[in-house]
Design a protein around this ligand. Structure first.
Ligand code: HEM
Length: 474
C-alpha cells in the first residue's frame, strides 16, 4: 500500500520490488550498500529521488545545495537520525551519541565534545606514539612476509582507542591473542545473519527491532566493555589516578552534576559512550589505514613520494611530534583521497522533525521521513571528481582543493551532527601511516585481491577476506 507514496506526491522514484522495496540486493547479500547508493544516485538527474526500504519511504538527496540545508542551514528540522531507539530492548544503543535524539543529543554532544579538541589530541599524542612504535615492532616480526593488513590495523585501532579513551593497555599488537580484541571484533561483526539483520533493522526497519528485541551491537561484547569501563572508573577513584581521557572526563562531568542539570549521567549512559567509541571508531579508523596502504601498494610512485615527505619531516623534528605529523601535507592529501574512494559510511542519515518545504521545487516533505545523503554517489560523480575511479591525491592539493564543490565530499558527514571523532580518527590514521611507511615498503602480493571485493552484508565499506600485502623493511 505504501509503495505509491512517492508517486502520489510527484517525486521521481525508483520502482520498488514488492514488499522489500529498493534494497533487495543488499538484503539478499548480493551488493554492498555503497554500490546501491551509486546506482540510485546515477539513475536520476533530479535534486532528490524517492526509494523504499521495505514499506518505509526514504528520500535520497542528490543536490549539494539541499545537502547543505539538511545538514547545516536547517539542521534543527533534521536533527535526528532515523534509527531505532528502544530503551527497554537496548539501553546502551539508545544512549549513544549516535542514536540519542533532540535535546538529549544536544546536551550529550555538548558534554562529550571537550574530549576531542586539538588540545586534548595533543595531550593524547604520546599514547598514540606508543601504539605507532608497537606497529613497527609488529611489522618487524613479519619482515618480508605477506601481512594480513586488516587484522594488523584492527589491532592498532583497538590499542589506540583503549589507551587514549580508557587508559587500558589492550596489547593487541604485542600479543597474539587478546580478550579485548576478540570482544571488539564481535561488537559489530556481521558474519551471522542475526547480526546483519539487527544492524540493518536499526537503520532501515525499526519495527523489527521492537518485534524481535534486537540489539544494535553484540550484547555479550557490550556487556564485557561495560564491565571493564565500570571497573576502570572504580580503580581510578580508589587510586586517585588522572589521565585526561574519556573516563576522566565522564567521571568529572558526573561529579560536577547539579540538581538542575537537564542531562544526568548514570552508569548505563556513561558506559554507552565507551561502547559507542569502539563501535564507531574501531572499524572506521582501521579500514581507513588499510585502504591507504592498499592504494599505496598499487601506486608505488605515490608511496615513494609520501615516504620522502615522512622521512624529511621526521629528520627536521628528530622525532614524530604532534607538529611534525600535522606538517605532512602529502599524507593529508593521500588520506583525503582514500576516504573519497572508500567512504567508509556510504550514506548519511537524518529524518524530518516537521513538515519541510523545499523552496527550489515547492515539494513539501512530511514529518518523520527518512533522509539519505548518498555519500558514495557524490564521491564518484565525475562532475565533482573528474575520472572518479582514479586514485589521485592531487585533488586535495593547495592548488586544487578549493575547486571541490561544497557538500560533495563528506567522509565525516557535516554540520552539528558530523563525526565527533574526526580529529581522533585522522590523527590515529596518520600516526599509523607515518610510523609504518617510514620503515617499511608495502607491496602488492600474488594473493592481494585487485580490485577489492566488498562484504555485501557490512554497513561500513569492508573488504572481503582480509587484505594481504607484502611488508619489507627498508
Ligand atoms: C576515519 C575514521 C572515521 C570516519 C570515516 C568516521 C565517519 C563518521 C560519519 C560519516 C559519521 C556520521 C556523520 C553525520 O551523520 O553527519 C560519524 C559519526 C560519529 N562518529 Fe565517526 N568516523 C571515524 C572515526 C571515529 C572515531 C575514532 C570515533 C570515536 C572515537 C567516532 C565517533 C563517532 C560518533 C560518536 C558519531 C556520532 C556523532 C553524533 O551523532 O553526534 N568516529 N562518523
Amino acid at each position: 500500500k505504501n509503495h505509491n507514496y512517492w508517486e502520489s506526491r510527484g517525486v521521481p522514484f525508483e520502482k520498488p520490488v514488492f514488499f522489500v522495496g529498493n534494497f533487495y540486493k543488499i538484503l539478499a547479500g548480493k551488493q554492498h550498500i555503497s554500490y546501491r547508493m551509486r546506482e540510485i544516485y546515477n539513475s536520476f538527474n533530479t535534486p532528490y529521488i524517492g526509494i523504499y526500504i521495505f514499506h518505509q519511504p526514504n528520500l535520497v538527496i542528490k543536490s549539494p545545495d539541499l545537502v547543505k540545508k539538511i545538514l547545516v542551514k536547517d539542521f534543527d528540522k533534521f536533527i535526528n537520525r532515523r534509527v531505532a531507539t528502544n530503551e527497554a530492548v537496548d539501553p546502551i544503543a539508545t544512549h549513544t551519541l549516535f542514536s540519542a535524539q533532540d535535546q538529549v543529543w544536544k546536551n550529550l554532544r555538548a558534554k562529550i565534545s571537550p574530549v576531542f579538541t586539538s588540545g586534548k589530541m595533543k595531550l593524547m599524542f604520546p599514547l598514540m606514539k606508543e601504539c605507532g612504535s608497537d606497529l613497527v615492532e609488529y611489522l618487524d616480526k613479519r619482515n618480508g612476509e605477506v601481512v594480513e593488513v586488516r587484522n594488523m590495523t584492527k589491532k592498532f585501532a583497538v590499542d589506540i582507542i583503549s589507551s587514549c579513551a580508557f587508559g587500558i593497555n589492550a596489547y593487541c599488537l604485542k600479543e597474539e591473542s587478546s580478550e579485548i580484541m576478540k570482544v571488539t571484533t564481535k561488537l559489530m561483526d556481521l558474519k551471522s545473519f542475526v547480526r546483519t539483520f539487527s544492524i540493518f533493522s536499526y537503520f532501515f526497519a525499526p519495527m523489527f527491532v521492537d518485534i524481535f528485541r534486537l540489539t544494535f551491537v553484540d550484547k555479550t561484547s557490550s556487556n564485557y566493555l561495560v564491565k571493564i569501563f565500570n571497573t576502570t572508573i572504580k580503580e581510578r577513584q580508589k587510586q586517585n589516578i588522572v589521565r585526561h581521557d574519556l573516563i576522566d572526563l565522564l567521571n568529572n562531568l558526573k561529579q560536577k552534576e547539579t540538581f538542575n542539570d537537564s542531562y544526568k549521567f548514570d552508569d548505563i549512559k556513561m558506559a554507552a559512550q565507551a561502547v559507542a567509541f569502539f563501535s564507531a571508531g574501531n572499524d572506521t579508523t582501521s579500514l581507513a589505514i588499510s585502504f591507504v596502504l592498499y592504494e599505496l601498494a598499487l601506486h608505488p610512485e605515490i608511496q615513494t613520494r609520501l615516504r620522502k615527505e615522512i622521512t624529511d619531516i621526521f629528520q627536521k623534528y628528530g622525532d614524530f611530534t604532534y607538529e611534525a605529523i600535522n606538517e605532512m601535507k602529502y599524507l593529508d592529501m593521500v588520506l583525503n583521497e582514500t576516504l573519497r574512494m572508500y567512504p567508509l559510511t556510504s550514506f548519511l542519515n537524518r529524518k524530518s522533525a516537521t513538515k519541510y518545504t523545499f523552496e527550489e521545487t515547492g515539494f513539501t516533505l512530511d514529518e518523520d521521513v527518512s533522509i539519505i545523503v548518498p555519500v558514495a554517489g557524490l564521491h564518484f560523480d565525475p562532475e565533482y571528481f573528474p575520472d572518479p575511479e582514479k586514485f589521485d591525491p592531487e585533488r586535495f592539493s593547495d592548488a586544487n582543493k578549493h575547486k571541490i564543490v561544497p557538500y560533495t565530499y563528506l567522509p565525516f558527514g557535516d554540520g552539528p551532527r558530523n563525526c565527533i571523532g574526526q580529529r581522533f580518527g585522522i590523527l590515529a590514521s596518520k600516526v599509523a601511516l607515518a610510523f609504518s611507511l617510514k620503515d617499511f615498503v608495502f607491496e602488492k602480493a600474488a594473493v592481494t585481491s585487485v580490485p577489492l571485493q566488498f562484504e555485501a552484508r557490512s554497513l561500513f565499506m569492508t573488504n572481503k577476506s582480509g587484505l594481504q600485502l607484502k611488508a619489507v623493511r627498508i
